[in-house]
Ligand binder design. Structure first.
Ligand SMILES: [Zn+2]
Length: 62
């Protein structure tokens, strides 16, 4: 199962690696601060119960 996710900051374009584990829940919402521009990034990860790759949504946090 893929647990490393490359996320692109929607503000500055910096790539950030994050780890998510399906053991923590098939759907996870979190907000992180970009390491470069320090602005909040809203993330949603949805793991599939089949072999499909996880779905990742990256948005600007309001
Ligand atoms: Zn950034």
């Amino acid at each position: 199962m893929e647990t490393d996710f490359q996320i692109q900051c929607p503000y500055c374009g910096e790539f950030i690696w994050m780890e998510f584990y399906p053991e923590d829940g098939l759907k996870q919402d979190t907000i992180i601060d970009c390491e470069v521009c320090c602005r909040p990034i809203s993330l949603t990860v949805q793991f599939s119960e089949s072999e499909d790759p996880p779905y990742l949504d990256v948005r600007r946090s309001q």
